[in-house]
Design a protein around this ligand. Structure first.
Ligand code: PAF
Length: 277
């Protein structure tokens, strides 16, 4: 596995290889969910490339950026263990020698759910992912569906900017007790970690209720009450949306896919999860 910190060097090196590239962009603090993406990238392309960069432009709160775990040595060992071929781990100065002036506007896609609570987040994601796409020039890019809205935004960006890249959305990887894997889980106290699987339980209950044709308003109330019953949680949002447009649904979508999405604070840690059905 080769590790690069410079844009020019990784770009030249990958060009020289001239092979098909499966790309997994990450912010490090890697877990099994990321490794599953790298393994898939490796199995579907000649080369697997992973980037590790805690992107400052997608954080709306400086304290969140400061608290984000940085575990480069452990990450590199994990990537080596799944035979990743190349890692790009630039510094903030390397990525942003000048702060980008251009802005992404993803319309409704960026104003709902995460976008409502994390101002400028998807602009930052758009900037960094488009830069990474230009640097790595992958054939396929692998993103986890835990960040469902991010997948929708990147899909739109690939279409709007005609990137010659196939987006490969990959299923959420969960712990045995149902908690969606996330770099943030390691910040949970042992007590909070025990409570965290309630998120998946409540999402499943909501799905069953919708499948039983309960009105979305009743399902919303159920979810709010279920979280209120566990005072350690603070529910930020719960939405029933169309999987593609992310528009809120008045009733269960009979044609397309529905997605149940939520964000909740537990022990001061913001967790997100979703169920698509
Ligand atoms: O999903 C993430 O970890 C980040 O948003 C990404 C795609 C690596 C961009 O910084």
């Amino acid at each position: 596995m080769e590790v690069y910190h410079s844009i020019a060097e990784i770009r030249d090196r990958l060009k020289k290889e001239g092979k098909t590239i499966g790309f997994v962009p990450t912010m490090g603090a890697l877990h099994q969910g990321h490794l599953a993406l790298v393994e898939r990238a490796k199995s579907e392309n000649e080369l697997a490339v992973c980037s590790i960069f805690v992107n400052p432009t997608q954080f709306d709160k400086a304290e969140d950026l400061a608290k984000y775990p940085r575990t480069l040595d452990a990450d590199l060992a994990l990537l080596e263990s799944v035979n990743c071929d190349f890692v790009f781990a630039p510094s903030a100065e390397e990525m942003y020698s000048a702060l980008p002036q251009m802005k992404f506007d993803f319309g409704n896609l960026e104003h709902v759910m995460e976008g409502r609570f994390r101002k400028g987040h998807f602009n930052g994601v758009g900037i960094v992912v488009s830069k990474l796409f230009h640097i790595v020039q992958p054939d396929k890019a692998y993103f986890g569906l835990k960040d469902l809205q991010q997948v929708a935004v990147i899909n739109r960006m690939i279409q709007d900017l005609s990137f010659p890249i196939t987006l490969v959305p990959c299923p959420i990887i969960r712990e045995d007790d149902g908690l969606a894997m996330s770099s943030r889980n390691r910040r949970l106290s042992p007590e909070a970690r025990k409570l965290a699987p309630h998120i998946f339980r409540i999402l499943n209950e909501a799905k069953l209720k919708l499948e039983a044709e309960e009105k979305p308003q009743n399902v919303l109330s159920h979810v709010e009450e279920a979280f209120a019953a566990i005072p350690e949680f603070e529910l930020e949002y719960f939405e029933i949306v169309d999987f593609e447009s992310l528009e809120s649904l008045e009733s269960k979508n009979p044609e397309g896919q529905n997605a149940l999405c939520l964000a909740a604070y537990l022990d001061g840690v913001r967790l997100i999860d979703n169920l698509v059905f």
